[in-house]
Design a protein around this ligand. Structure first.
Ligand SMILES: Nc1ncnc2c1ncn2[C@@H]1O[C@H](COP(=O)(O)OP(=O)(O)OP(=O)(O)O)[C@@H](O)[C@H]1O
Ligand SMILES: [Mg+2]
Length: 371
């Protein structure tokens, strides 16, 4: 990588101060994998004698010519508050109490949460932080996520390249909770987090700075798999995670869907929030999802209705004020056979439900496809 003169000067200044010698530069070159000759050529403007450089010289010249001051080499930590907002519709269940205890302990205890989609994994970490008034930095992991995204890198600001902390470094410094969301989508590039997962902080090799974790810093990871891939192909894009990476998480919580009673409480709260209080409908939806999940676990069906999808249905009901339509538009995403099976199951649970005719189904599907 070709480093700019500005970057070299700033980095040297940070390490050795304004007056640097040949041996300082050799040390810097060794740390950064750079060539001594190339580096000294780039900073020749600062040379004040044999084997001596004064890194303020050019700055003084620039000031004489009234050049505006250079932007800071490191973007200061954001003053923003990262404590998530409390969600009044959140209902605690399952592992929530344990997650909260881990955060409250202030101990460094990386925690892995695995479970099927849409059962409140992400929301539970977010709400635990909200309730405890703790900062949360959430990073959505993808196969493209790399060291630059996580730890930080140089960004172009006002024509100069300046160091910008990535979310992981920011969380380390602030003592915040770091949420690596959907971590099983990651590639091996995530291995840059190994030392951080040991509680040791990180050496920012590009600026020669060591960042130690501040008390309270902890890592949570969520995933639909256990990092061993998805045999049945349900979670496309998930990868087999490096064993040593997984080994750095002392605990794993297996999150299941809420019980029908808890799920009903969730739906009722959301319905109330949306101004469509209908306890009966909420109960029927939960009985329906319970039957579907049992059938799914028994291998009788390939798809499942998540808590998230039930919330989608309640929202659709708040919009269309029509239960059959709300269910219909929200199950259209499944293949015909599964969709039909879902509708028939709901029909058995709700005597008032009128199965949409084929024409109505087609009409609704068109609306779904073109919306
Ligand atoms: N305990 C809860 N209280 C209230 N709502 C909940 C709760 N759990 C889940 N939900 C609802 O389900 C939605 C999905 O939750 P969340 O995004 O946390 O799921 P997830 O398990 O992280 O899913 P994915 O694996 O797809 O990322 C939430 O937006 C919320 O509407
Ligand atoms: Mg999630």
């Amino acid at each position: 990588m070709s480093l700019s003169a500005d970057y070299i000067v700033t980095s040297l200044q940070e390490l050795y101060g304004e007056s640097v010698t040949g041996s300082d530069i050799r040390g810097w070159c060794a740390m950064n994998g750079s060539n001594y000759q190339t580096v000294t050529n780039k900073i020749s403007d600062y040379k004040v004698g044999r084997g001596k450089w004064n890194l303020t010289v050019r700055e003084q010249m620039e000031q004489t010519y009234q050049v505006p001051p250079a932007p800071p080499a490191i973007i200061p930590a954001q003053e923003q508050n990262f404590i998530p907002d409390k969600d009044d519709t959140f209902v605690k269940f399952g592992n929530f109490g344990d997650l909260k205890k881990i955060i409250q302990s202030n101990l460094f205890y990386p925690t892995f949460i695995t479970g099927l989609s849409g059962n409140g994994k992400t929301l539970s970490v977010e709400q635990a932080c909200a309730q405890l008034g703790r900062e949360l930095i959430r990073v959505n992991i993808t196969i493209e996520t790399d060291e630059d995204d996580l730890i930080g890198g140089f960004r172009l600001v006002g024509g100069a390249t300046v160091w910008h902390n990535g979310p992981v470094t920011e969380a380390l410094q602030r003592g915040a909770i770091l949420l690596l969301d959907e971590v099983d989508l990651a590639s091996n590039k995530i291995l840059c987090l190994q030392s951080i997962l040991e509680g040791k902080g990180v050496f920012l090799k590009k600026i020669g700075k060591y960042v130690k974790p501040t008390k309270g810093f902890n890592v949570f990871a969520t995933a639909n798999t256990k990092g061993k891939g998805s045999d049945d192909g349900r979670f496309i894009g998930t990868n087999v995670l490096n064993e040593a990476f997984l080994e750095r998480f002392p605990v794993t919580f297996e999150q299941s869907y809420p019980t029908p009673a808890t799920e009903q409480k969730i739906l009722e709260g959301i319905a109330l929030d949306l101004g469509v209080e209908d306890r009966d409908f909420c109960k029927r939806l939960c009985d329906w999802s319970d039957v579907i999940r049992k059938t799914f676990y028994d291998g009788g069906i390939d798809e499942i209705i998540s808590t998230r999808r039930l919330v989608h249905i309640i929202r659709a009901y708040a919009i269309f004020k029509d239960k059959a339509k709300a269910i219909q538009v929200c199950v259209n995403r499944f293949d015909d056979e599964t969709k039909q099976a879902f509708l028939e199951l709901y029909d058995k649970i709700d005597v008032d439900f009128v199965m949409p005719t084929e024409d109505q189904q087609k009409e609704s599907l068109d609306a779904h496809n073109f919306s």
